[in-house]
Ligand binder design. Structure first.
Ligand code: HEM
Length: 346
């Protein structure tokens, strides 16, 4: 069996005993192989995410070099998730308003045809179209929006190759045109495009992980969970905590920071293991999957709603969830998105 590391754990079959151990035994250590600090306990994850001297980007490197000068680089420079300092709060307020103004009921109009590839359609297509519909785009424009969201997600993922930049830049240009009339203000337009990126892998992973756990549960328990909306939402929230779609995020020290018994030097990075913090007994069942502090996810409730609507839609087609199988995960360093299919033989 491959040895677990913080970067292969998100796509390991069962990384949770490993994370539990890290949370208790190695709350904050320097990993010489990965050349970064690892925060794994609830306390250290909270402390890193709550300290403004730990930034979302390295100082003097606001935009990754491979993106500079491209349309993707422009988007990156305007994204709230990638913004440090005084510009962050107003940008965050702007995207929060986009979400608050959204009509959640519009989401169901974005459900794709579940006839042919229902599992992929629900995991990847539906969340992108749902966000586009919530942002006020009309159905003909909403269809196909997932292709652009995928290009963005591939190019902004940790470790993305330089070849992903050109397709993602074309996606930014196409999306700018799509959103131009609705959001004439440039920052708002970038905010809307950024939401498509933010939602892509996390929500796909959440829907996939929920379907997997419903598939392996006793059929009677699955039936009880899905027949009542609050019970389903509660179940989705537990999957967010115990089999999370997002496992880690990163911070960079803007200055020298004394931390616990350690000294983090300027520009050193910290890999923040949200999934390990969820498993820290001291966390008392608190969920770190949506982050913490000033950059915490603005759409935790919305993500749970999207996943619940997706599961319900699949059940309404008469699908037998018990026949769903998990065959590994999509390759990634920070997210856990299962490859699901229906079993051929039963
Ligand atoms: C299950 C799905 C999702 C998960 C697990 C998730 C998780 C996260 C996490 C961990 C962060 C913080 C990153 C950091 O501090 O480094 C974050 C930030 C963010 N998320 Fe989500 N997210 C999900 C879905 C969504 C959706 C559906 C949207 C929007 C429609 C969204 C919008 C955002 C935004 C705008 C930020 C940046 C906030 C800021 O920097 O101030 N997320 N998300």
């Amino acid at each position: 069996m491959e040895q677990l590391t913080p970067l292969n754990a998100p796509t390991a079959e069962d990384p949770y005993p490993y994370y539990s151990r890290l949370a208790v035994e190695q709350p904050f250590v320097f990993d010489g192989q990965l050349n970064c600090w690892i925060a794994a306990s609830a306390d250290t994850v909270d402390a890193v995410l709550g300290n403004a001297a730990f930034r979302v980007r390295p100082i003097d490197d606001a935009v990754p070099s491979q993106m500079r000068g491209s349309a993707l680089g422009e988007l990156f420079a305007h994204m709230v998730r990638m913004t440090d300092g005084p510009a962050h709060a107003p940008r965050r307020h702007e995207v929060e308003q986009l979400i608050e103004a959204a009509n959640v009921g519009a989401m169901v109009t974005a459900l794709p045809d579940l006839g042919t590839e229902p599992l992929d359609a629900l995991m990847f297509t539906f969340p992108s179209r749902a966000i586009a519909a919530l942002l006020g785009l009309a159905p003909p424009t909403v269809n196909g929006i997932e292709t652009y969201a995928r290009a963005l997600a591939r190019a902004i993922a940790p470790g993305a190759s330089p070849e992903t930049v050109a397709p993602a830049s074309r996606a930014v240009e196409a999306l700018s045109a799509v959103f131009a009339a609705r959001f004439p203000n440039e920052q708002q337009r970038y905010g809307a495009i950024g939401l498509l990126f933010q939602a892509y892998d996390g929500t796909a992973g959440l829907i996939g992980n929920v379907l997997y756990h419903l598939a392996i549960a006793q059929p009677e328990i699955t039936r009880r969970i899905i027949q009542d909306a609050p019970t389903l939402a509660g179940f989705v929230a537990e999957v967010v905590r115990l089999d999370p779609p997002v496992h880690n995020t990163r911070r960079f020290a803007a200055i020298e920071i004394p931390f616990d018994d350690a000294l983090v030097r300027e520009n050193e990075s910290v890999l923040v293991l949200l999934a390990a913090a969820n498993y820290d007994p001291a966390a008392a069942a608190r969920t770190f999957t949506f982050g913490a502090g000033i950059h915490a996810c603005i759409a935790a409730r919305l993500a749970i709603t999207i996943a619940s609507v997706a599961v319900k839609a699949l059940v309404d087609t008469g699908a037998d969830l018990a026949t769903i199988e998990r065959n590994g995960f999509y390759p990634a360093l920070n997210v856990r998105v299962p490859r699901l299919s229906y079993a051929r033989l039963r």
